[in-house]
Design a protein around this ligand. Structure first.
Ligand SMILES: Nc1ncnc2c1ncn2[C@@H]1O[C@H](COP(=O)(O)OP(=O)(O)O)[C@@H](O)[C@H]1O
Ligand SMILES: [Mg+2]
Ligand SMILES: [Zn+2]
Length: 546
């Protein structure tokens, strides 16, 4: 008969328990030194080894040939406890026996010395489920425990325990098991059970298990019913884990103001009977991972994704600033909370998409922060306007002329009439060049121009890939401070590729301007509000918001 992995692989010695080194060492020492407490309290989330350690401890204190604090698992006592023939070790599951009766029985029974073993050990699992009456009865016993009795209480919810119980126990907090410890244990199991587990698949299983070894082993069982060679794909199929493609898609859509596309995707997932609650919590987790990628140097320690996935996440994270991510996390947390209370799940998911896309609809601090960040970058944009693109870091840039109407915008490097003659030599200030005026607006078709360039002129596309552009009546203004662009566009065929791509998209001829863009490489100039203040102090600023 097949025995499920998590039962078969229950650790039988303290040394065999993974991921709880302080607890197992301490318990082992107490057994070895014979300095046992009368009552232990094991606290921690499910599947972290509480029951396992309780059983090991029960055997260790009674073992006839203990080995350095560990039970031998061979002697009559160890075996009798394992197979339940020795009645001195009693397991009570408070979740199913929450009546006062079993505890009352216990109160009488504790007074008798153990029949066979050295200690009578009571393991009370899920002790927080005991009724008030049962708690009181237990407390009486804990107050004056006979010397031959040991209590081991285990719970996932310590806050439900009365302080009177807490104060009488030696407390051990079991932590969630680290993903790498889980992955390593799964490999041990794979060796023992003779199946193949790809390391990335082990990592993925560990991530899904979220710190619970029991869950990791159950998931492994589920994979084994498909294949004895567990790959990432097998894990993804067996666990019903849809790829995360939809999460990337949704995030891109909401942050590029394509809420309609996001709604369509949500409806597609809904039609494919994806649970909307699960969608929202996965989406939330996705943003958490983006946040970690942005804030910690080694996010893999906290994310436990496959290498490939991690690289992709890091790249994705570059697209967003922190306030944007935090706002999304805020929205999705609220969504998950209200989903837990019931309500129309699809609508909640749609509302979440809408609110992430429009922080203006929100008055939460995270939304405000995001809007401030947007303002800051708009202000920063104002300051780089009218600044020559030449070699300047943006730090230098803000020191020069500001966006005064008469300011020289930058050197328009393209020919005024691109259709006409051969490339003209680089001109200096062109009077008809775009002044930094209100006429300039974002050129929303720029991605389309870039798309054309990607086939007609890959090198130019390469340097322009991540740029944005503005448009005036006469000019397309490209925001870039990459000096390579100027070099490349000097080349006549590159330039005509650019102008004809623009002509193809807009249906008319534009001249080309460039403007230095603040870059990520100038972190010392990342606070535009500070520079705004500085400029105010220095005088000579003429900012027109219009
Ligand atoms: N720390 C651990 N080391 C190794 N296996 C573990 C660990 N924690 C849990 N397991 C696995 O999960 C199963 C259930 O663990 P259990 O001790 O009952 O967890 P808990 O009582 O904390 O919910 C065990 O049989 C074992 O297979
Ligand atoms: Mg348990
Ligand atoms: Zn033994």
């Amino acid at each position: 008969m097949y025995q499920v992995l998590y039962r078969k692989w229950r650790p039988r010695t303290f040394s065999d328990v993974c991921g709880q080194p302080y607890i197992t060492k301490a318990l082992q020492n107490e057994v070895r030194e014979n300095q046992l407490a009368h009552a232990y309290l094991f606290i921690g989330s499910r599947g972290t080894g509480k029951t396992s350690c309780a059983k090991i401890l029960a055997k260790a204190v009674n073992c006839l040939h203990p080995q350095d604090g560990d039970p031998c698992n061979e002697c009559d006592c160890c075996r009798g406890i394992d197979d339940g023939s020795i009645l001195d070790v009693v397991e009570i599951d408070a979740a199913s026996n929450n009546g006062v009766d079993s505890i009352r029985d216990l109160r009488e029974a504790v007074n008798f010395t153990p029949a066979v073993a050295k200690y009578r050990v009571y393991i009370i699992d899920e002790v927080h489920m005991l009724s008030d009456g049962a708690f009181n009865a237990l407390l009486k016993t804990l107050e004056e425990p006979p010397p031959h009795v040991i209590f081991i209480l285990a719970t996932t919810e310590v806050h439900k325990l009365p302080a009177t119980i807490l104060s009488r126990c030696q407390r051990f907090d079991f932590s969630r098991i680290a993903p790498e410890d889980i992955a390593a244990r799964l490999q041990t199991v794979a060796n023992g059970e003779d199946f193949i587990l790809d390391p990335p698949a082990a990592t993925l299983l560990a991530r899904l298990a979220d710190g619970a070894m029991r869950d990791a082993l159950s998931l492994t069982d589920q994979c084994l019913s498909r294949s004895r060679h567990i790959t990432v794909d097998v894990v993804a199929e067996a666990t019903g884990l849809a790829g995360r493609e939809h999460l990337y898609f949704l995030s891109n859509a909401v942050h590029n103001a394509q809420v309609g596309a996001a709604f369509e995707e949500i409806n597609r997932l809904y039609a494919a009977s994806q649970d909307m609650g699960r969608l929202c919590s996965e989406w939330l987790e996705f943003y958490r991972e983006l946040m970690l990628c942005k804030t910690v140097t080694a996010p893999e320690r906290m994310i436990a994704a496959t290498d490939e996935e991690l690289q992709r996440l890091k790249k994705e994270a570059e697209q967003y600033d922190l306030p944007t991510i935090l706002h999304a996390i805020d929205v999705l947390k609220a969504t998950c909370a209200s989903l837990a209370l019931g309500g129309n799940k699809r609508m909640e998911a749609e509302m979440a998409a809408l609110r992430i896309a429009n922080p203006v609809l929100d008055d939460t601090p995270a939304a405000m922060l995001q809007r401030i960040a947007e303002l800051e970058s708009a202000v920063a944009q104002l300051f780089v306007e009218g600044v020559p693109t030449s070699k300047s870091t943006s730090g230098a840039a803000v020191e020069t002329t500001a966006a005064a109407p008469a300011a020289k915008p930058d050197e328009p490097i393209a020919d005024p009439s691109p259709a006409a003659e051969a490339p003209a030599p680089k001109k200096s200030a062109d009077p008809s060049a775009p002044a930094a005026t209100s006429a300039e607006r974002p050129f929303t078709d720029w991605p389309e121009v870039l798309a054309r360039l990607s086939s007609s002129c890959p090198p130019l596309y390469g340097v322009l890939e991540k740029t944005t552009a503005g448009i005036t009546d006469t000019h397309i203004i490209i925001y870039t401070s990459n000096p390579l662009f100027q070099t490349l566009v000097q080349n006549g065929s590159n330039k005509s590729a650019l102008t004809s791509a623009i002509a193809a998209v807009t249906g008319r001829q534009y001249r080309i301007g460039i403007r230095a863009e603040q870059t990520a490489e100038s972190p010392e100039e990342t606070d535009p509000l500070k520079s705004l203040l500085q400029k105010g102090i220095d005088g000579g600023v003429d900012v027109t918001f219009s």
